[in-house]
Design a protein around this ligand. Structure first.
Ligand code: LMR
Length: 397
């Protein structure tokens, strides 16, 4: 049966973890996967999460199946975070959220649902985009193309080309947009540019699929939701995949959500009925633990306040690491200007390192980055930053 099965390549991001785990370099550093580590190089267990977990264990709650679309209090919490407590769309009953298995799970159920709804549509993603976007939509049987996004010459956004490309797409093309902290580049449009992008999407009758996996890692929870709210206020039907992997440091708990904004409450009910079939045939229903923990943090003012403080701490530490990286590269004699790293947002920096340089970082120094040159700034700390800056200086020659 399996004789003809070909060996698949490693996953471009998670495959790096597999390689890293077996690497024998003494000072190895994993800047590959998008995971936040604290200054001691540990993935933090947030205090707010710990408190919610202790309360949950104490309550000794039974573990029955959740509804197919997940925990209602969790789903409501997600909607409030994305759209604001005073959102008229929520009040009108037009917003539907389904707890999903991380942001990836949300994208997958969204993709499967869209394939059923718009079988002829293509999907467009930014050039470049998160490595898994293309693969995921192709697995859902879509043809995936790209729209211009990053300008390597300026380390910034190729805004005019992006806008022109969106304006020329056929109606009902599905456009995947990173609502904040673009992965992998860290380059986001300004809010004024977003206004034009949203108008173009509306004008061309495109289907926006906003992916927001880093809410809170840019400027703050509310600030980072601005783009979601901008699109929502235009009154267009849209999908949003969101994740708490990073903002709650709950990577392995697979805790995310798919949110859809429908034209009416009745439309929403029909969409929900179809989405439930998609979920049921993928994984039946989501897990109780992560949803309950996140829900109690979102819905308990004291825990919510603690969480936002901890999130701010992570955000600020990443910013400090950006500055230190730039300073240390200069101190190590690097002549190229790396100041663009300071303007990038979120966990990542598109460093401009070539695939060969990334390879050299790995083989000579045990430092892992994605072959596109993406490095996870959130994995730098006061103990490894010198080593990393020296190694980068060496590979840059
Ligand atoms: C990343 O881009 O590194 C993260 O989103 C983790 C993943 O699933 O790829």
């Amino acid at each position: 049966l399996f004789e003809a099965v070909e060996l698949a390549p490693r996953d471009p991001i998670l495959g790096l973890n597999e390689q890293y785990n077996t690497d024998t370099h003494t000072h190895k550093v994993n800047l590959g996967v998008g995971v936040y580590y604290d200054d001691d190089g540990r993935i933090p267990l947030l205090k707010a999460v710990r408190k919610a977990e202790l309360a949950r264990v104490e309550a000794a709650a039974p573990r029955g199946y959740l509804p197919i679309e997940g925990l209602a209090s969790y789903n409501n919490g997600v909607q409030t975070l994305l759209l604001g407590a005073d959102s008229p769309l929520i009040a009108e009953g037009r917003v539907l959220t389904a707890q999903a298995l991380g942001g990836t799970g949300a994208l997958k159920i969204g993709a499967d649902f869209l394939k059923q709804l718009l079988p002829q549509s293509k999907v467009v993603i930014s050039n470049p985009s998160w490595e898994n976007h293309r693969a995921l939509f192709e697995r859902a049987n879509f043809t995936v193309e790209t729209y211009p996004y990053y300008d390597a010459a300026t380390h910034g956004l190729d805004f005019n080309a992006m806008l022109a490309a969106l304006e020329s797409l056929p109606a009902k093309t599905i456009v995947v947009l990173h609502a904040c902290c673009h992965n992998p580049t860290g380059v986001d449009p300004s809010i004024e540019q977003w206004q034009q992008i949203a108008q173009a999407v509306k004008q061309a009758d495109l289907v926006p699929f906003l992916d927001i996996a880093y809410q809170g890692f840019g400027d703050g929870l509310t600030e980072d939701a601005a783009v979601v709210r901008l699109f929502a206020n235009l009154g267009i039907a849209m999908l949003i995949s969101s994740s708490f992997s990073k903002s709650f440091s709950l990577y392995g708990e697979r805790v995310g959500a798919l949110t859809l904004i429908a034209g009416s409450q009745d439309e929403k009910s029909r969409v929900l009925s179809q989405l439930k079939r998609v979920i049921r045939t993928n994984y039946s229903n989501p897990p109780t633990h992560s949803g309950t923990v996140v829900s109690s943090v979102l819905n308990t003012p004291e825990l919510y306040a603690l969480w936002t403080e901890e999130l701010a701490e992570m955000r600020n530490r990443i910013r400090a690491m950006r500055q230190q990286l730039v300073d240390n590269l200069k101190a190590n004699g690097v002549k190229q200007n790396f100041d663009f790293v300071l303007a990038q947002r979120g966990m990542f920096s598109y460093s401009g390192l070539t695939a060969d340089q990334v390879e050299k970082l790995r083989t000579d120094h045990g430092i892992y980055a994605v072959s596109s040159g993406r490095i996870c700034v959130a994995a730098l700390n006061s103990k490894n930053i010198d080593y990393v800056a020296q190694a980068i200086a060496k590979v840059l020659g």
